[in-house]
Design a binder for this molecule. Structure first.
Ligand SMILES: [Zn+2]
Length: 137
């Protein structure tokens, strides 16, 4: 399925617009502050192949519909431009974010901090729960 890229460390999901506008090769995760690289080559190659395939199919269909090639040129042009626009619009789904060596160590640090934070929240919640129970009694 089509998915927007996620941070390779903390799996933060990036918004459509963020991915579309981010042209940098190296980026820093806004959530965990770790650096990652953007990999577009493989995904874009796949996207271009799909786009070319779709426009060829539709263009063959148009040629078969009209009497001569000349009257098919305008619809063929429109179809090709639309496919390119659609390909551009779905391009963020074909981007993937990759880890950078050395950034993984930071991952462990932040993760331990996060899990202690979660524990603290859980403790606070259970304390509240107990207090509520005590109030009832
Ligand atoms: Zn992150």
């Amino acid at each position: 399925m089509l998915k927007l890229p996620v941070c390779p460390y903390c799996h933060t999901v990036y918004g459509y617009k963020d991915v579309l506008l981010n042209k940098n090769k190296k980026s820093t995760c806004y959530h965990c502050k770790r650096k990652f690289t953007q990999s577009r080559l493989k995904g874009y190659l796949c996207l271009i192949l799909i786009a070319v395939f779709i426009s060829v199919i539709i263009n063959i269909f148009i040629i078969n519909l009209v009497a001569n090639i000349i009257s098919a040129l305008v619809p063929m042009f429109i179809v090709s431009v639309s496919v390119v626009i659609i390909a551009f619009l779905v391009s963020p789904f074909f981007v993937s974010y990759r880890k950078i060596k050395g950034e993984a160590e930071k991952y462990i640090e932040t993760k331990t901090i996060e899990s202690t934070e979660i524990k603290n929240i859980k403790v606070k919640k259970s304390v509240k729960h107990k207090l509520k129970k005590d109030n009832h009694n």
